[in-house]
Write a protein that binds this ligand. Sequence first.
Ligand code: NAD
Length: 497
Amino acid sequence: MALLEEPIKEVRIIKNYINGEWVESKGDIVDVVNPAKCQTIAQVPISTKAEIDDAVAAAQEAFPDWRATTPLARARCLFRLKELLEENFEELSRIQTQEHGKTIDESRGETRRGIENVEVACGIPTLMQGYYSEDVATGIDEWVIPTPLGVFGIIGPFNFPFMIPLWSAPYAVATGNCVVIKPSSEVPNSQTRLAELADEAGFPPGVWNVVHGGRTVVNGMLEHPGIEGIAFVGSTPTARDVIYKRCGETGKRVIAQGGAANFIVIMPDTNIAATIPALMTSFFGNTGQRCLSGQTLIVVGEDDGFYNNFMDAVTDTASRIIIGNGLDEAVQMGPLRDKEKKEKVIGYIESGLQEGAKIRLDGRGKVKITGDWPDTCFLGTTILENVTPDMRIVREEIFGPTMGVIRVKNLDEAIEICNTNPYHNADAIFTSSGNNAREFQYGVMSGNVGINIGIVAPMAFFPFSGMKGSFYGILHTQGKEAVRFFTESKVVIQRWL
Ligand code: NAD
């Protein structure tokens, strides 16, 4: 199949978007590299403290008028943004593939999920309604008004460059707040294009700002007294030790969604034909770089015949996944985001082998790539058996196209393994028994639970959950929880004189 046209054709230095203007940064510049071709596609600034301060000041100044804009009028900007996102759907998707490496279908799914959050936030006049009690005492009424707070920082990871800031930003601005978004500097292009569309949609200057960079920008947000809260998605060390800790110290609201090392449990009564494709997406989709990816497969039961048939089917299908440049529509798995990430995944495979795992499918070595691309960032699908719950490849987040396989006797043992892992983001079971499904969803302490679903991605009108080790905070991104996060309940009591 033909290679789709690339939307980014020349290398440009990306600008910040502050107060409705495109502003050149004074910070250092680093290359943004397409990992499929090892080709620089843009240069991104590592913005300075003064630049994040400028963005916060612009957002603070925009806040009073934006807050006073009616929720219906604010929603109209979001409706217009939704239209523009639909009109530019394919371009936005191809930008994600070009900067991240994921397949075009994965990018299209990401664009769709991002737009769905804008659609949900369009319902803000209803979502933001307060409540009222008459006669809480004689002649006294009491009511709650959800009130925006001011300026919020939104910080994204590299693996979903377009969608993840949209888990928060539409709700933040719909509720009357202003935002400063810091995309991952590895993949800054889709947020830049999104800001262009937000500008076109008519958000007033200062409501929607984007400042590119790294720690200086994040620290600038954490230290700034004008930032009321941070919605962060990234790895657990950053979520827990930097964002959650520092927001606690400075009294800011915080959502800090972290990493994952998820389990998929296979019961012997599962429908094998329907389960295999779901496992391929779960373990190898997005090249395993998803916080919802399966990392460890737990096969339940002592029937060697079932195990061998099942694993033969899994291995055969995994070995035939077509690898290449994600802009080739025939490709089913793209490269890892960069060479360092690939080396980290290989390091995990080797640690598994040293700890006693056995290789069943080896993705290291020469990878069979469709098309003439350098193999620098590509890694083949890898399956390791004889895995035990204490191994690093089970307890730490790998973030690559690998599957570790553990065998257990019964469902209780499987649930215990899920629950004693340091991460509790997303676990799933494949079974045709309602009782097994009920026992699993009740017993497993994980934020997102799948039943016959390999990627437990909540829709935009549900919270994007996560528990211990994978999440720090109380409210989550998306839907009603995001509306609550971005508003404070103002309680009013009135006595009728
Ligand atoms: P990361 O933590 O390295 O970076 C995330 C953001 O924080 C980036 O914008 C980065 O510039 C900034 N950052 C990184 N280190 C920092 C530091 N020490 N101080 C201040 N800022 C810092 O994460 P990543 O590698 O970009 O993303 C992958 C991770 O995100 C994985 O662990 C994945 O599981 C997780 N993730 C979680 C969810 C979820 O909903 N729980 C969703 C997607 C990704």
